[in-house]
Design a protein around this ligand. Structure first.
Ligand code: GRG
Length: 429
């Protein structure tokens, strides 16, 4: 493991970054998980769609789109050869885009986390021996599927029935504005974020009109969704998964991301004195631990993934500078596996692709990836804090959201595609 002295944090020096190891870790992960003897593959089988999104997302921050396509086999098979993938045969992996469409659940119209019968890495393209049997459609995996298609530039693929997917999403909204994750009825602000992000990616999101009038034919009630999110805000400025639930940094991202996509960040100040983005940012900044890492709620351990959940929210409300970014960058780099690549939740733990993706996102949001790139002659893509996709993908798709500027109206370049609210004024309206 890399070791950093406190001097590094004080001077802002950036320690070793294992670019090539991380890229190899991600590219080889699919083969490892597909092995019939992989324990990790078996226990994460149900959430493979999100796993593929994290993998593609991670590699997309390290490499350009063509390289990602070539090494991951987005549209065509890549060599999966090796003992672990078919007993020494040179079998081809199925294209990721084809596999995503196999995971579409025709009963609900959404996407499932995987499909049985035609497992992701097994089989030669076009010769699946069994009919794919997708898991039940769920908002979590529907968003991951659309994010994969967005990165693969395949949202206009004729197999994507955008209206049917949009109907699946809108059918999960409840009269109080909240969303269920699937037909079984669990409600959580995670699903509000997923629903609005899905509709934005599909180009089906009705943005509330400025004149306060409701859209009669809107597919979902965006104002209702934003009001529900606000009902999940707590006295400490944070947000929980349902009204009255404890503030948690993961839910804060979902709520602030949802308000941003719904162009409703002004609600943060409604009915209160002063600027409540400040109270929220204070709670988020309090999450920084002695190690430099961030935790998800008081008295819990720091974990690399909160670098994303917290920095994305702070970016949206224009207050990343409220934490010590240099110490956080050091913490994330300390969680790298310097032998096999990948990033773990905390130093000395085993890496996984979830923490690898969100660790890289964290490094991106504090500008460390850019600094490392400058030092090593590479150009890294940046992550968008609202849509959790590379900013070039968000630009290509013309996705719009809302962010708050703080102090003298400056916003980072990556956020300039979004509508900007002036957060220095007491009222954000
Ligand atoms: C596309 C980025 C993106 C998100 C989609 C799934 C989702 C929407 C958001 C998940 C937000 C969330 C709740 C993240 C937290 C995940 C996490 C590490 C939970 C662990 O909770 P505890 O209680 O851990 O086990 P702590 O850290 O509190 O001890």
């Amino acid at each position: 493991m890399s070791a950093f002295s406190s001097t590094d944090a004080e001077t802002g020096a950036i320690g070793p970054f294992h670019d090539a190891l991380h890229a190899r870790y991600v590219v080889e992960l699919g083969h490892r998980l597909d092995s019939p003897t992989s324990y990790e593959g078996a226990v994460t089988e149900h959430l493979r769609m999100s796993g593929v999104y994290w993998s593609l997302g991670a590699l997309s921050l390290l490499r350009d789109a063509d390289e990602v396509d070539a090494s991951m086999g987005l549209r065509g098979g890549v060599d999966g050869g090796g003992e672990e993938n078919g007993g020494g045969g040179r079998r081809m992996r199925r294209a990721i885009v084809d596999w995503v469409f196999d995971c579409r659940d025709p009963r609900s119209g959404g996407f499932g986390g995987n499909c049985s019968g035609a497992a992701f890495g097994v089989g030669t393209p076009g010769t699946a021996t069994t009919t794919p049997c997708p898991h039940h459609g769920h908002l979590l995996y529907t968003l991951s599927a659309l994010q994969i298609l967005a990165m693969a530039n395949a949202l206009d693929d004729e197999r994507l029935d955008k209206d049917a997917v949009a109907r699946f999403v809108s059918g999960l909204q409840n009269p109080d504005g909240s969303f269920c994750g699937d037909e079984w009825g669990e409600v959580d602000t995670r699903f509000t974020y997923c629903a609005l992000s899905c509709l934005a990616l599909l180009g089906r999101l009705p943005i509330p009109r400025n004149d306060g009038e409701e859209e009669d034919d809107a597919i979902v009630d965006v104002r209702g969704a934003a009001r529900y999110v606000m009902s999940c805000r707590n006295f400490d400025g944070g947000f929980g998964c349902v009204p009255g639930a404890e503030s948690h940094a993961g839910q804060v991202f979902c709520c602030i991301g949802a308000l941003s996509i719904a162009h409703s960040l002004h609600l943060l100040n409604e009915g209160r004195d002063g600027c409540d983005a400040d109270l929220l940012a204070w709670w988020l900044a309090e999450r920084q631990c002695d190690s430099g890492g961030l935790n998800g709620r008081p008295e819990k351990q720091a974990d690399v993934c909160y670098s994303w959940w917290i920095l994305s929210a702070l970016s949206i409300v224009g207050r990343v500078s409220w934490i010590n970014t240099s110490r956080l960058g050091q913490f994330i780099l300390n969680c790298q596996d310097d032998e096999d690549g990948g990033i773990a939740d905390r130093p000395q733990d085993m890496p996984d692709v979830y923490h690898t993706f969100f660790g890289l996102c964290g490094l991106s949001l504090i500008g460390h990836l850019e600094k490392i790139g400058n030092r090593e002659g590479r150009t890294y893509r940046e992550v968008d804090p609202v849509f959790a996709l590379p900013t070039d993908v968000v630009r290509r798709l013309g996705l719009r959201a809302q962010v708050i500027s703080y102090s003298n109206g400056d916003v980072e370049d990556r956020l300039k595609m979004h509508s900007i609210l002036d957060g220095t004024k007491a009222s954000l309206k």
